[in-house]
Design a protein around this ligand. Structure first.
Ligand code: ZN
Length: 351
């Protein structure tokens, strides 16, 4: 199929058809469609294979959360007494606080500065019921923590802020918590994207994000706007049952967010989470994708990426990542991004 897109942004797709004698149709010869899509920035491929699988929460997750409450290290009382402390020269007092939120070192650090952020005392939180105040608390605290610590560290660093919610997303505690990492090595995905954005800026004389958002809008995958953030469902999907992104042109790191940006992000995230939760999803990864805090090239727009996670089989705990993701670096979705966008647009149209 010919590429399509808007302006310089190209949405390349390759439909595929598999033929098989389908036992569900009396072994008649049947065509099964799938599609390969290519990320318009990096050229990396995703596969869309349109199976219909429900994403059902285990019925006892609230009971499990309640059973874990007495031993939860992030609940009030425990978080102030049993979590690790930073050295005084990095964080006076050992733990960084902002309102109800508290930041302390990860016992299993990913880098020199690797922190856990507990945004609120609330222990049990359903994905479709995340209050904006909790998101504001978490993101503003991450911003202020990075602003306080990065100047005390050597090197040209990225401030990475992420959130794994519930076990399918890799969450080992049910109590809502985020991660904040300061690193010179942000990982393969960010490195590849920044290199591609530098190349785009050089080739076109303008950053990629505004062109991308215009093209996604023309393609019908923009689902809403909250302040300066534009929310869209990417052409080349990441999530098995869909994903979405928010982009804030003009800012490139979490450090640059003002309180209005944080509130606007929270307003959109609540809607997006509710939209996915309406389809039975209950777990997610969220990450900000920043540039180096020192970068002033204008190549990058800060984005927040929301990836619902699930057990393909909730009884067997079959994960939604398999050899494709883990060994071949290939993303795979069972949902057409255009249909995901239609559903999320409804969530954004509600208060
Ligand atoms: Zn707790």
């Amino acid at each position: 199929m010919a590429p399509n897109g808007s302006g310089r942004v190209v949405f390349r797709r390759e439909p595929r058809v598999a033929r098989l004698h389908d036992p569900r149709k009396g072994f008649s010869l049947s065509d099964v469609e799938s599609e390969i899509r290519y990320d318009p920035l990096t050229g990396e491929s995703s596969r869309i294979c349109h199976f219909a699988l429900p994403a059902a929460a285990p019925s006892d997750i609230s009971a499990i959360a309640e059973a874990r409450r007495p031993g939860c290290p992030f609940c009030p009382g425990k978080v102030d007494t049993i979590t690790p402390r930073f050295p005084e020269e990095l964080v006076p007092g050992g733990r960084f606080r902002r309102g109800e939120a508290v930041v302390f070192p990860n016992l299993f650090p990913y880098d020199e500065l690797s922190a856990v952020l507990v945004p609120a005392s609330r222990h049990d939180l359903a994905m479709g019921d995340v209050p904006e105040s909790l998101v504001v608390s978490g993101v503003a605290t991450a911003r202020d923590f990075l602003a306080a610590t990065l100047p005390r560290m050597a090197g040209d660093l990225f401030g990475i802020v992420t959130w794994n919610h519930m076990p399918p997303a890799g969450g080992t505690q049910l109590h809502p918590h985020m991660q904040v990492v300061a690193t010179s090595e942000p990982g393969n995905a960010i490195r590849r994207e920044l290199a591609a954005e530098s190349a785009w800026l050089e080739a076109h004389g303008r950053p990629f994000a505004p062109d991308l958002l215009a093209a996604e809008e023309a393609a019908g995958r923009v689902v809403g706007r909250t302040g300066g953030w534009t929310w869209y469902v990417p052409f080349a999907p990441t999530g098995v049952l869909g994903d979405c992104r928010a982009v804030l042109p003009g800012k490139s790191s979490v450090l640059e967010l003002d309180d209005g940006d944080v509130a606007d992000l929270a307003a959109g995230l609540r809607r997006a989470l509710r939209g996915f939760a309406a389809n039975g999803l209950w777990s997610f990864n969220l990450t900000f994708v920043p540039d180096r805090s020192s970068d002033r090239s204008g190549r990058h727009a800060l984005s927040a990426r929301l990836l619902p996670r699930l057990y393909i089989d909730p009884v067997l705990h079959t994960p939604d990542a398999n050899y494709l993701h883990m060994l071949l670096g290939e993303r795979f979705s069972m949902a057409w991004p255009e249909e995901v966008a239609e559903r999320l647009r409804k969530a954004f149209s509600e208060p």
